[in-house]
Design a protein around this ligand. Structure first.
Ligand SMILES: Cc1cc2nc3c(=O)[nH]c(=O)nc-3n(C[C@H](O)[C@H](O)[C@H](O)COP(=O)(O)O)c2cc1C
Length: 199
């Protein structure tokens, strides 16, 4: 069950409740996920928009207890590995950084990371809608991830996502338990401007 929206998550404008209700806990229940359940999240991810519909996103996933999970876990910094090891699934989110030009050469795809960010957002929202939590992490060793996941040339890994059912915060250590609350947002009028940037 997802946690209730708190007073910290009241939007400035009327939006679908899924947006403020999604958040990133670190406590996971012991429940496992099937491959089909993980693929549902990646199905949502692949319907994201992308420049030229190039769909540059790539995903490598593992289920807790399998070799893929262990490989992804091995790339996390110790702080993240400490709690993410309890997740039901780990998903490495990456992208193909190039596109094939008309002359057949590989040239940089300027929007591979932007597009893949949209795919991750779809994944996180689908997880929330399906009663899971998804917690993105950039705290990982890129070289270790590349090696452990056999990253092909011309690809990058941007984040690792821990997914599962939300667990009891009591299972976290004192420091993490104190942080196990939905975070606020800065006011919309400090990040969105009509016509031009202020100043
Ligand atoms: C790209 C990205 C990297 C993140 N890296 C980490 C991380 O390494 N460790 C961690 O505990 N949380 C990480 N987070 C979670 C953010 O801290 C969290 O999303 C943010 O505080 C907003 O909170 P919310 O997701 O609960 O709304 C990351 C989130 C994103 C999107």
């Amino acid at each position: 069950m997802n946690a209730p929206v708190t007073a910290l998550r009241i939007p400035d404008h009327d939006v679908h409740p899924q947006f403020p209700a999604r958040w990133s806990p670190r406590a996971f229940s012991a429940e496992t996920m099937t491959e089909a359940e993980v693929l549902r999240l990646l199905e949502a991810a692949r319907w994201a928009p992308s420049a030229l519909n190039l769909q540059p996103w790539r995903f490598v996933y593992g289920l807790r207890g399998d070799a893929g999970f262990a490989a992804i876990l091995s790339a996390l910094v110790p702080f993240n590995a400490g709690w993410a090891k309890e997740a039901a699934a780990l998903i490495a989110v990456g992208s193909k950084t190039t596109r094939t030009a008309q002359d057949g050469s590989e040239v940089a795809n300027a929007t591979h990371a932007f597009d893949t960010g949209a795919a991750w957002a779809n994944l996180a929202l689908q997880a929330h809608l399906a009663g899971y939590v998804a917690h993105g992490m950039s705290g990982f060793d890129p070289a270790r991830a590349a090696s452990a996941l056999h990253l092909p040339d011309g690809h990058a890994i941007h984040a690792i996502v821990a997914v599962g059912r939300q667990g009891d915060p009591a299972q976290l250590d004192d420091t993490l338990r104190a942080r196990e609350v939905p975070s606020p947002r800065v006011p919309l009028n400090t990040i969105a401007f009509h016509g031009r940037f202020p100043g």
